[in-house]
Design a protein around this ligand. Structure first.
Ligand code: MG
Length: 250
């Protein structure tokens, strides 16, 4: 069931979104060679808790950390590790949610660790732009398929592929709500977009093929071909005037 939010609820979601966005910004600033993914997770947790909020992911389905930190060929759900030190040239996808006064904000960004290859930078740029293509397509009256097809078209025109096995989602009082928001689709198909809907659009884009595998830890999801993957996400609200990004730091 798709839950439509009132304007008061949207204001509360903006507050939750701001906390998750600021936590993500902080995490990104900490990305540098030699830093462990566990240290970044600690910063994220401390920041979110200092705001009187709760890390949405900590304990969610048993996830052991506050941030998913997914490096290079890891697509999503990377588990922060004390022994995993970032290296120059890594691309580091960080996904963070914060729960505040009854609502979740959910966002992700792929950061460069030091200087990265031209190929890695191009993948990150295309994935980020495909997110904004998807957001632009999230107009009331459009359908879910319009978002997915906008993302997919942008990505595939550049020779990359969109992950099928994981998708965006409604977001609100629950971290994952209806509807599903795939990063692929057919224009004019799927659930109709209405003012008051709040969704997380989150393209996961692979440099190679779109297939992924989940490792034995039950979380870490990697590209099957071992090539790079990037991930960008915003939580947005649909308003009569168009999409509004909820996960902004200011
Ligand atoms: Mg999400």
């Amino acid at each position: 069931m798709v839950v439509l939010k009132t304007s008061r609820e949207l204001a509360a979601m903006k507050a939750a979104g701001k906390i998750s966005a600021r936590a993500l910004k902080l995490a990104g600033e900490a990305v540098e060679p030699g830093v462990s993914t566990m240290e970044i997770d600690r910063l994220v947790r401390r920041y979110i808790e200092e705001q009187g909020a709760t890390p949405s992911f900590l304990g969610y389905g048993g996830f052991p950390a506050s941030a998913c930190i997914s490096v290079n060929n890891v697509v999503i759900h990377g588990i922060p590790q004390k022994g995993h030190l970032l290296k120059e040239g890594d691309i580091v996808s960080i996904d963070i949610g914060a729960y505040y006064e009854g609502f979740h904000g959910d966002n992700a960004w792929t950061f460069a660790c030091g200087d990265v290859s031209k190929e890695a930078q191009a993948l990150m740029d295309a994935t980020r732009e495909s997110l904004f293509e998807g957001i632009q397509a999230a107009q009331p009256g459009n359908r879910i398929g319009d978002i997915g097809s906008a993302v997919q078209r942008y990505v595939e025109a550049r020779g990359y592929s969109v992950v099928r096995d994981f998708v965006g989602h409604g977001v609100g009082a629950k971290l994952h709500e209806d509807p599903s928001v795939p990063n692929y689709g057919t224009p004019g198909r799927g659930v109709r977009l209405l003012p008051g809907m709040t969704i997380a659009i989150e393209p996961m884009v692979n440099a190679g093929g779109y297939t992924v595998e989940t490792l034995a830890d039950g979380w870490t999801t990697v590209t099957t071909d071992g090539k790079l993957s990037a991930h960008f996400e915003h939580s947005i609200a649909l308003t009569p005037d168009g999409p509004v990004i909820l996960t902004l730091p200011d």
